[in-house]
Design a protein around this ligand. Sequence first.
Ligand code: ATP
Length: 306
Amino acid sequence: MTSVITTRALVKRYGALRAVDGIDLDVRAGDVYGFLGANGSGKTTTVRMLLGLVLPTSGEIELLGGRMPRAGRRVLPRVGALIEAPASYGHLSGRENLALLDASGPAGPWRTRKHRIAEVLEQVGLAGVGRRPVKAYSLGMRQRLGLAGALLRRPELLVLDEPTNGLDPQGITEIRNLLLELHRAGTTVFLSSHLLAEVEQLCTRVGVLDRGRLVLQEELATLTAPTGATVVQTPTPDRVRQALDGRVTAIDGERVVVRGADPAEVNRLLVSAGIPVTGLALQRPTLEQVVLAAAGPSTDRVEASR
Ligand code: ATP
């Protein structure tokens, strides 16, 4: 797998505070990488260092094969970025703001560029309001405009800091679908978030930051792989315990955990004993459980859901 972002022992110190404390990020081509962490854990500082906006105290950063910040002029045009509330000119329309952004890029025929602006406005769901002044935009609309700006040059890598901040549930779903679409078309996505549910629904790979340290970095599918147990839903949990002598490891209400990763076999045994089964599945840990186990209770502030 081609590496898209690699950091080695990356540190950022502010006085006595190690905001980022020796992290080794490994983001590969084709990932949707979810960079999780509570508020203040160092996500934004890391993202700023990746983009050359903040200089590391020590450590190395490689972005699209170039050493940052030195390679910035070469590699940053291939990166689309959205960090915090994007700046824009309130008296100008969304289209005009994008045209200004675009003017700093490679020259091209105006018609082509105008077409591209219309295309990205459509992609982020702002086609209808592209002519309105940005001062009339809601926070969510400004966030979308920022994303449109990040998409203008068809980047191979998108770096997004809390991209769904300020969006309502429908807006969040739309942005998620857009990111999945871009990912299918070959874009690598790196996004920071404090929302476990967002990362769980979108990402292929997860990094968890806890007080500046990377406490976990792994494929989501590996983290939430089956545990080797089966979960049975039944109105008669005690009868399951009797029938499967010794294999029941936990009972929680109508939920019974049974050793063995073959739900069909468990079902056969229960049905032949005349025990009603209302649900049956392989047991998998949730991302929340995995994150809590890796980072401890300090990640309580990482929100499981909105
Ligand atoms: P949030 O989601 O709240 O933005 P974060 O995970 O992005 O949190 P950072 O913004 O990277 O966290 O901040 C990490 C720590 O570094 C915080 O304790 C913050 O107060 C501190 N910090 C960030 N920037 C500076 C700065 N310029 N000077 C001093 N301290 C800073």
